[in-house]
Design a protein around this ligand. Sequence first.
Ligand code: 13P
Ligand code: SF4
Length: 310
Amino acid sequence: VDVRLDLFAEIERLKKEKNAIVLAHYYQEPDIQDVADYIGDSLGLSQQAAKTDADIIVFAGVHFMAETAKILSPQKKVLLPDLKAGCSLADSAPPELFRKFKEKHPDHLVISYINCSAGIKALSDIICTSSNAEKIIESVPKDQPIIFAPDRNLGAYLAKKTGRDMLLWNGACMVHEIFSLEKITKLKIRHPKAKVIAHPECEAAVLDIADYIGSTTALLNFSKKDEAKEYIVVTETGILHQMQMENPSKTFIPAPPNNACACNDCPHMKLNTLEKLYLCMEYEEPEITMNEQLRIAAKKPIERMLEISA
Ligand code: 13P
Ligand code: SF4
C-alpha cells in the first residue's frame, strides 16, 4: 500500500463506487470499527448480511462470519480481508468427527453456536448466537434431548440457566479460556467498585464471579445503562473501543490473562488490518465461495434462528 494514501478516504470512495457495505465485529481493531457501516455482534451482523441491498459485503471479522453472510446472500460478493482469519472455536469441531458424534445420538436435536463452519451448520437443526441462545433453547420442547456444539463453556452456562441437560461438544475459544480467575480477583480487590462483565464463552469459574454476562452487544449496552464508573471487561479487547467512546467518563479495564506471555486479543480477528481492508475492496479478493449444496444445507438452521429471534 502506498503510505501516502488516506486509507479512510479511499475506503469511503470504494464503498460508493462499488456499492459495498463494510460490516465489522466489535473485536476488530479500532480503525476498522471507525470505517465500518455497521458494527455488531454475531446476531446483528448476520441480520445485516441478510437484509443489505449492497452488491458487495466486506466482512471485517472471521471466516465463519463471512461464510454466514455468503450463505444468506449468495448473489452478493462477500470479501474477507484475510482468508486466514479463522476461529479456534470453529476449528474445534471438524464436521466429520461431529457427524459421527451426532450419529451416536440420533434422538437429539442439534443446536450449534454460530461460531462454527458451514459443514457443522449443515449438520445442525438450529443455529444460535450468544445473544439469542436462551430463547432458541427455550423454543424447543422440554422433553427434546439436545446436543449443543461447539462451545462447552457457553453450553454449560446455558444448561445452568435454562435447566436443560444438554450433551456438549468439547470445544472452546482460545481467547476466552485464558482469563485468570486469580488475577481478576486481585484486580477486583484493587478496584472494589468495579463491576465484572464477561462473555459467556469464558469458563464457569470466571462466569461465577461476573456481575453481568452477555454477548458483545449486551455487554456494551449494559455498560451504557449501568450506573457503575469502573468495569473489568472479560472478553476480547476490541470491545473496549466502543465502550470507551460511548462512556467517556467511565473506566474500562481489560481482564488479565493467566500468564504474562498470553494476550486477550483474538489472533484471528486481529489478522485484519485497515490496509488489508482497503486492498480487498480495491481488488475484490479474497472472496468467499461455497459449494451450493453445502450452502443450502447450512442455510436452513440459520433461517430457523433468524425466524425465532425476529
Ligand atoms: P458475539 O459478538 O456474538 O458475542 O460473539 C463473540 C465472539 O467470540 C465472536 O467471535
Ligand atoms: Fe473464535 Fe474466540 Fe476469536 Fe471469537 S474470539 S473469533 S470465538 S477464537
